[in-house]
Design a binder for this molecule. Structure first.
Ligand SMILES: [Zn+2]
Length: 453
């Protein structure tokens, strides 16, 4: 027996030595008591954790300023919930709240889940972008964080975050970098309005009910949405940069919002509040609203390949300009932006009557576009194809003849939209007209084609 259970043998004349067992039980009781005390302390800490104690006094004051709140009780309930939660539960709470806001807005089919990056930056009170080119900074003041993302990738990352945070794996530095990585997706030309809606859901979650920024986003979204057919046809102040329309829009929004937060930070006596109808007003008055996009921005976010993806013709023209050695990509975009003429960059000394620039590809631009006569039709929702169909059907009278070939009509797209393509059967009409030569076409547009406008 002793041979098999040596612990029983020593000291007590064959009796049992209970000391180790007693010690183990006592240690277990102590441990349980310690755990209970810890749980009690946790519970107490949770109950007494305030938003102020969680964020620290400085960031707490900043949050009150951003929210327009006087005291902690004025903050939306999300903040107290985040303060009391453990670190691993916060992302889920935040995502749940934003999902509820989307439903409350009637946007339940919107596939959007805020990222850990967004939560981290929001709760660190880093809301404004550091500078206009730094799309990898800021949170609520950075509209590029709310663009369409790859939903599958996003869900994969969310699962990973859940696994790491539940203690399933210790996060490595590489994990942390992946999880916290801020992914900037440039919006396509017509994708930016959806981003405004997602932003609105996050603002509703984070700011008190009726905050004027939330109202601004709601109004801005509705105005852009109501303007939608015109927005889709709107070719940007510099037509060649049309594929950057969504980028311009979100940059415009980011600059307005970031400036607002920065002014609050610096205690400006008068805070400049953005006008939700600004873009639409500018377009209707044919004024430029697009912000300047810097060389740094263009190179950092590889906008030339982005343009190639969304509008091969436009990017090709940039590439042709490059290979011709005439200007850099950045130079052409910037010079395009700052060009004085509303029809875009002046022709490259190509001169003469021929104004076609993109010879190798489809689109040709009318650099002699007559804004005074046809400016209001340029961004009109009325498509030239629809007008041509009505003419063919006899619903509208024929167009006046081309000045170069009286057997053919004028090219409606070239003269009234300022652009056409190289496959057009009327390329012989893709030439400059004087105001006098335009008289018949101007009358036709006013009385027939674009009559309602
Ligand atoms: Zn044409």
């Amino acid at each position: 027996m002793h041979h098999h259970l040596p612990a029983l043998g020593s000291g007590n004349g064959g009796g049992l030595n209970l000391t180790p067992l007693v010690n183990t039980i006592a240690a277990g009781q102590q441990q349980r008591a310690a755990e209970q005390a810890q749980a009690q302390a946790d519970k107490l800490r949770k109950e007494t954790t305030t938003v102020e104690s969680w964020l620290g006094p400085e960031n707490f004051q900043r949050l009150l300023r951003y929210c327009g709140a006087a005291v902690e009780a004025d903050l939306p309930p999300l903040w107290a919930a985040l303060a009391k939660a453990t670190a691993k539960d916060r992302l889920g709470i935040f995502q749940g709240k934003v999902a509820n806001e989307l439903i409350a807005m009637g946007a339940m089919f919107e596939k959007y889940t805020p990222s850990l990056y967004l939560l981290t930056e929001v709760t660190a009170l880093r809301w404004a972008m550091l500078n206009p080119d730094a799309l990898d900074t800021g949170s609520l003041g950075n509209a590029f964080l709310f663009t369409d993302s790859d939903v599958e990738t996003e869900q994969g990352i969310n699962r990973q975050i859940g696994f790491v945070q539940s203690g399933g794996a210790a996060p490595s530095l590489a994990d942390a970098q992946i999880l916290l990585k801020m992914k900037v997706n440039m919006p396509g030309p017509d994708d930016s309005i959806g981003a405004v809606r997602r932003m609105q859901a996050v603002y509703r979650a984070i700011l008190p009910v009726g905050h004027q920024l939330t109202t601004f986003l709601a109004n801005h979204h509705d105005i852009m949405k109501a303007f939608d057919p015109n927005w889709q046809n709107y070719a940007t102040y510099v037509p060649r940069l049309r594929s950057l329309k969504g980028v311009f829009h979100l940059q415009w929004l980011s600059l307005k919002l970031s400036r607002y937060f920065t002014q609050l930070d610096h205690n400006y006596p008068i805070i400049t509040f953005p006008d939700p109808a600004d873009i639409v007003n500018c377009i209707q008055e044919q004024r430029q609203w697009e912000p300047i996009i810097t060389d740094v921005f263009i190179n950092k976010y590889n906008l030339s390949s982005f343009m190639a993806l969304h509008c091969p013709a436009d990017a090709m023209s940039v590439v042709t300009a490059l290979t011709a050695g005439s200007e850099s990509i950045a130079g052409s975009v910037v010079s395009g932006l700052t060009a004085a003429t509303p029809v875009g960059r002046p022709s490259n000394g190509g001169g003469g009557g021929s104004t076609a620039r993109n010879t190798a590809i489809d689109r040709v631009e009318n650099t002699h576009f007559n804004t005074a006569l046809f400016g209001t039709y340029r961004h009109s929702a009325t498509k030239t194809r629809a007008l041509r169909q009505k003419i063919a059907a006899g619903e509208l009278p024929a167009l006046p003849p081309s000045k170069n070939d009286s057997s053919k009509p004028v090219c409606l797209a070239w003269h009234t939209k300022g652009q056409c393509n190289t496959n057009c059967p009327l390329t012989s009409d893709h030439v400059a007209y004087t105001a006098a030569e335009y008289a018949a076409l101007a009358t036709w547009c006013r009385d027939h084609g674009y009559r309602s406008e």
